[in-house]
Design a protein around this ligand. Sequence first.
Ligand code: PLP
Length: 400
Amino acid sequence: MSLIASALNRISPSPTLAMTSRVLELKQKGIDVIGLSAGEPDFPTPDFVKEAAIEAIRNNQTKYTNVDGTAELKAAIIGKFKRDNSLTYDASQITVNVGGKHTLFNALVATVEAGDEVIIPAPYWVSYPDIVQFAGGTPVFIKAGADKLYKITPDQVEAAITPKTKWLLLNSPSNPSGAAYTADELRAIAEVLRRHPHVWVMADDMYEHIVYDDFKFATIAEVAPDLYDRTLTVNGCSKAYSMTGWRIGFAGGPAPLIKAMAKLQSQSTSNPCSIAQAAAVAALNGPQDHLKERADAFQKRRDLVVSMLNQVNGMVCPRPEGAFYVYPDVSGLIGKSTPAGKKITNDAELIDYFLDDARVAAVHGAAFGLEPAFRVSYATSEAILTEACERIQTACAALR
Ligand code: PLP
């Protein structure tokens, strides 16, 4: 009898975290490698948020809380959904979890059964298919490449829906492509869902506040209020407030679903860290102007990276609306050979070449379900990004 449960055979370790470990290993050996693989803002957590956490410790807010979030945090989240998304929830419709990944995990494990299908647009965030598979469900991928600016069409959604479809996952702005759907694009997808009342929608809005050039963020429950009763709107503090380590994710949705997620959480993690919850209250209720300032800084970096990568022969880098990633298509580089004579047959080999020869770490497209491409995280300084893109340019120019 095997010690390890067979459900574990259905998932693999996160490829993005694996690349981050490789970078750390090289750095520890003293090798000058530039890491463009991490999915977190380089800015610190705002000071007023840190102060709120220190205050919470002083006030002995250091004990168990309500399983799926304190009343204060749920109230702050209700306020956030109203302010930013014009969505109205009461406390029975709000769940707080140990990071956005945990929110998605709870929702999928609480609802997906063997045989259920979950539609996932590709390129996708690496954890979606694994969580669906862990839950016993079947991911159904619909692909949108660089030519479609990485956005799926309503027709593709229509074609993918079957009687077994449980969820459609929508992630806008997207990790890994940065692509974001306008309100009209979401309305067109909602039109399809209206014809299929058995399909639920999970909107992963983690990167809501990182959008550029006057792009107006929208979420599906807001633009299609008739879908409100079958939509889970997922968000969190990690990306907007540079709080990746604090582990606070949350969602608003129908009360029976929220209750099921709390039941699962009560037998796994119990409440998210009480101190992190107090910090999240401050983040959501406090001043929000730093969000725009940080988005402006990210926008400059996006422009720099898009422009430098598009100078590479064989690379096509669409200009995304948000998040802090770009996802260049590298079809034009596959089949070429390195100066050492090794043929590049796929994007994983290209990424290995970048790491070995250019000392730049990124993540290959196959990990996100759409190849050949790779993901660059530009959550680092303009000086480092310039150096990294120059290294990539030199490495690509040396391919024959
Ligand atoms: N959803 C997307 C699209 C993400 O990129 C991430 C983090 O990388 C998450 C959810 C999870 O965020 P958290 O760090 O809060 O678990």
